[in-house]
Design a protein. Sequence first.
Length: 455
Amino acid sequence: MGVDQNQTGEKLPDSHVFYRRLAHLHPLAERGEGIYLWDKDGRRYIDGSGGAAVVNAGHGVAEIAQAMFEQAASVAYAHGTMFSTEAIEDYSARLAALTPVETPRFYYLSSGSEAVETALKFSRQVNLARGKAARDVIISRWGSYHGTTLGALAVTGKPKMRTPFAPLMRDHPHIPPPYCYRCPFGATYPSCDLACAQALETEILNQGKDRVMAFIAESVGGATLGAVVPPEDYWPRIAQICERYDLLLIVDEVMAGFGRTGRWFGIQHFGVEPDIITMGKGITSGYFPLSITAVRDSDVQTILDAHGDFAHGGTFSHHAVGASAAQATLDYLEQHDLVTAAANLGTYLGQKLKAELGELPFVGDIRGLGMLWGVEFVADRKTKDPISPEAQFSRRVGDLAFERGVIFYPGSGSVDGVRGDHLLIAPPFIITESEIDVMVGLLREVVFEVWQEIK
């Protein structure tokens, strides 16, 4: 068997595939149904993370597959500069009624990274069209994830992903996140007076108020920090600051959107209407790679009046099959009231996690909303000291759980980019209470076992 070997002695699998985890053996996924996946050897897995918090409607939904087939059989591809399609037009009209952006227009691409790139470039072109060419700075947060393309990476706040490519990108300033468990200011909410939100105003003034064009952040923290939920008045304060300095407010809903938090969009928990929303993942429940950037119609008109067109595009933009998958997913979510299910069963999931894991000496925090929950692991609950990065605790927990038939989403670096272990739990919305019991029960067993190994 042909193999290659890396500097640590690990061997690459015998394949021509460039895998996401290079030395990891990847079972062949053969079929999915409901909350379950089966590999080619017949092993069954509970998809406790919905992949990467993608699968909201569940696996094997025939209606979504059928909609994609019917669209592909009629018009599979028509270039977005030349044609629109009924699929795109109809879905956009339905999505407009759900999206908390004033009179929205939707730009369609293929990934969350592209959606963020679209938002950043759109922000720049809007400011050019407004005669504010000096505005070229975007402020974001540490502990965030916005994508892997160079523009999205420049506003991402995950050092492990940024550092290797720092010389290739133009960086942008970052402020601390609303991470109350590890408050960057050493304060306690609410006596902190939302120092994490006020940091935005400080950074605007540091950069020069006439240079900053936008602020971007996840509505609810994603995989980098592990489902961190900001205080209820955080987003209203952020919105006030953006309005005061005429910044475009970009809310990243790639992970939190489409019911994941128990509302159609995470930002709806906080009563704020952004200027721009980026979407992905759950739009099609993973059945088609689709992303969307929602912007205000008035801002599109501003660009039209000044420049004629938005200087952007993509070969697979405005894809009819993607829109059909999105519409069928929306049908399924609405017909089965799955956003409400995500809210109600998400409450049960959070209660179960706290009951089973909340008193363990190596569990520091359990947080989340709807079907998006994070568990943070620590070496000491009292001091909140993180587990040594060399132990790879969350990765080992995730791998062992995978071996036992449950999939979770491990993360690391939440404390300072290097230290910090957490796990994301984000199952499909169709999960039942009894299935949650099985999933969380196995998680408890696995974290105990890994903890005993590293002690």
